[in-house]
Write a protein that binds this ligand. Structure first.
Ligand code: MG
Length: 393
């Protein structure tokens, strides 16, 4: 399944513009623009293959500054139309071709969309043609006329607030949007176009944090929330691992298979680099060690690829509301030569932990012929990880 994301950032929020605040999607929140937060959420999500942003022509210069820090997965922007609906259609059309099975459409003004929300929408598309992030209505709903006099209380039973992302089978939503473009009526979200076209749309969990930032007050609250989030403290962990050589034809180091005249002996794939790094991360969050979570005595880990262990450690960090700042691995061996594989190793580790490449370093050294590594009896690895965890209150 290939999945694209369309981020809609073409609106110019007249109220904000009149107040001299500029287009709100370029308002700065915690050191990056609101749009940059949204782009990051999708570009860094492992199940999203391509991201395209629909922008207003007049915002091109601002957009290019925001887009500069993203390269991987982000396509050149598309100019939007007069309405949100037109802008989405232009974004969808820009993706046409055979390559995408499904598409998630997201409003740039929801900068705090989480990986979990994106996952839930993608999961919803397994069974349905549409899946949208949503929240049950918590407030009592009133209907009132222009005079602001309440005419009735509307039952909130079965009522949900639609958020974005809204995900759809690509061909189905493109066809629905094309058809809707010929209608005089305007639709307020993409799911209503899908519903109108007869597609089955399911609700998946959204969050309050994913609410749209519309007013100056919303923006102030978002900034306060970010400041609270930033009350994180650094934790450092270290890891060390050794595996001995045995007869074989390759070793696996930091997720990369390297042809060699020996192999490393061990219960799993004996990837010393990933084992040391897994322990470094577990150390930083004070959550035991690799042997405790994946006992070598358990036959299910026999021959296991070690990315399973590392990914689990990364999940434990996320679960605690933490994030990895950087990781650093040193491989200690006389052979094989690690240098030619460094880039691939760094890329593999970054991929497993879902980190930007500049947060991962893999390097190697020999031990000058001394000790067990010097005698070519095995390979050692040490690693450290810096992790930000919410400060204890
Ligand atoms: Mg080990």
């Amino acid at each position: 399944m290939s999945t694209a994301a369309v981020i809609v950032a073409a609106g110019r929020g007249t109220r904000a513009l009149e107040a001299g605040l500029g287009a709100k999607q370029y308002a700065v929140l915690g050191g990056r623009t609101m749009l940059a937060h949204s782009i990051h959420a999708f570009v860094s999500h492992p199940r999203i293959d391509t991201v395209v942003v629909v922008i207003h022509e007049l915002d091109e210069a601002d957009y290019l500054i925001t887009a500069k820090s993203f390269s991987r997965k982000l396509r050149p922007a598309v100019f939007g139309g007069a309405t949100r609906q037109e802008s989405v259609l232009l974004g969808l059309v820009s993706l046409s071709g055979p390559e995408f099975d499904q598409v998630l459409i997201h409003d740039a003004a929801r900068p705090f969309v989480s990986a979990e929300i994106i996952d839930a929408v993608i999961d919803g598309l397994v069974q349905f043609q549409g899946a949208i992030a949503s929240l049950p209505c918590a407030d009592t709903l009133k209907r009132a006329g222009n005079d602001r006099l309440v005419s009735e209380t509307v039952s909130r039973d079965g009522l949900w607030r639609a958020q974005t992302p809204q995900g759809f089978r690509y061909e189905a939503i493109l066809a629905a949007h094309r058809k809707a473009a010929e209608e005089p009526a305007e639709f307020t979200d993409d799911a209503s176009i899908a519903e109108w076209a007869g597609l089955k749309v399911t609700l998946t969990p959204g969050s309050r944090r994913n609410d749209k930032i519309t007013t100056a007050e919303d923006l102030r609250m978002a900034r306060r929330q970010l400041a609270a989030d930033e009350a994180l403290e650094p934790h450092i962990g270290t890891g060390f691992d050794v595996h001995r050589f045995a007869d074989g034809d390759h070793v696996t180091l930091c997720g990369v298979q390297i042809p060699h005249n020996r192999r490393l002996e061990g219960h799993s794939d004996a990837d010393v680099g990933l084992h040391a790094l897994t322990d470094a991360i577990l150390g930083a969050i004070a959550d035991g060690d690799i042997g405790q979570h994946f006992p070598p005595s358990d036959p299910q880990w026999k021959g296991a690829a070690s990315h399973v262990f590392l990914r689990d450690a990364g999940r434990r960090v996320t679960e605690r509301g933490g994030r990895i700042v950087n990781v650093d691995v040193t491989i200690i061996c006389e052979e094989p030569k690690v240098g030619p594989h460094r880039d691939a190793m760094q890329e593999a580790v970054a991929g497993i932990l879902n980190l930007d490449a500049q947060r991962v370093c893999v390097k190697a050294t020999t031990s000058e012929g001394l000790g067990f590594t010097g005698r070519r009896e095995g390979i050692a690895a040490m690693a450290s990880a810096m992790i930000l965890l919410p400060a204890a209150h």
